[in-house]
Design a protein around this ligand. Sequence first.
Ligand code: UDP
Length: 383
Amino acid sequence: MTPSSAPAAGPAGRPLHIGMAGAGLSCAVIARELAEQGHRCTLFEKRPHVAGNCHTERDEKSQVMVHIYGPHIFHTDDDEVWALVNRYMRFMPFVNRVKATARGQVFSLPINLHTINQFFGKTFSPAEAEAFITQEQADTSIADPQSFEEQALRFIGRELYETFFRGYTLKQWEVDPKRLPAAILKRLPVRFNYNDNYFFHKHQGMPENGYTEMVEKMLDHPNIEVKLGTPLAPDALAEFDHVFWSGPVDGFYGYDLGRLPYRTLDFQRSEAEGDVQGCAVMNYCDEAVPFTRITEHKHFSPWETHAASVCYTEFSRSCGEADIPYYPVHLTEGDDLLKAYQARAAAEPGVTFVGRLGTYRYMDMDVTIRAALDTARAFLAKH
Ligand code: UDP
């Protein structure tokens, strides 16, 4: 629906002026939904670009599309979300097939029949591999796994866990896997066939011209204004009828109760001729290797041809005040600080907290878009 054909908005037919902190996926989706119903949205983005951490940019020299804040692969079972992203950008076929270097060999991830046969030096059929892993799991005698470690032991047994997950997880989170929630591991499948697709979802792909152009198109609407390089100042909140806040929830309160813990990432960027590692993602699972993975970005656009290459070596560390927050750190023992901020946020008049930082959740892009759509619709139903 175009703004001119949209019905008068609001209970009194008054179009609202909405302020938004951030111009990543959450605010872009909400802004578009609201703009199409006649509301005016102003987005304040402190960085010089839209699309948040899924920002992409072509490397001038090699012309490779680079995922500036690390790799983002779109995958979903949600047909409406898939239709929405395809409305703004053609998605090209892409299947994430990850390799892992561990104990001096290269394996296939997620753990599948090839990984199991190579690792144990076997020629198992699917049924034999399943029976073997069931035996490995039975040895751990964990009935109801709560932590990442228990889930891994229950799922794949001790040997695979210690080779592929323990070291990588210690580097990624710097927390003993006994204290991390099982949900982190539940993101990954284990397969007793040779399917090495990293994801379960029926839709998977990459935006032909990158995520940033996709988000720019979402925001290209006469009722939407984007102010780049401009954070939303706390004293400006009162200028708006409502605010959607996709920045850190603790940041909204000036961190007055303390800082919620995040992991940040450092990328060592390197450029070279040819094919450096032969795949998009190579994980390094040994604890002694200081980085978690190397991504070679031209392989994220397999429909393009590039002679040169851009690689990112990825290091994870605790997020300091001046760093970009990536992953919220949830622990099995719960978090009173988070609960305190969430209670305040839920009662905040005129402000809705959204997205990975606003709700302090480890969210994939499709989950972020679904949550944003639901939030926008709930808002429109009331206003
Ligand atoms: N993980 C691991 N070894 C691997 C890949 C993943 O131990 O080779 C664990 C690690 O704890 C990681 C989690 O599984 O944080 C989820 O992995 P995923 O690849 O989904 O991480 P993301 O790409 O979101 O960083």
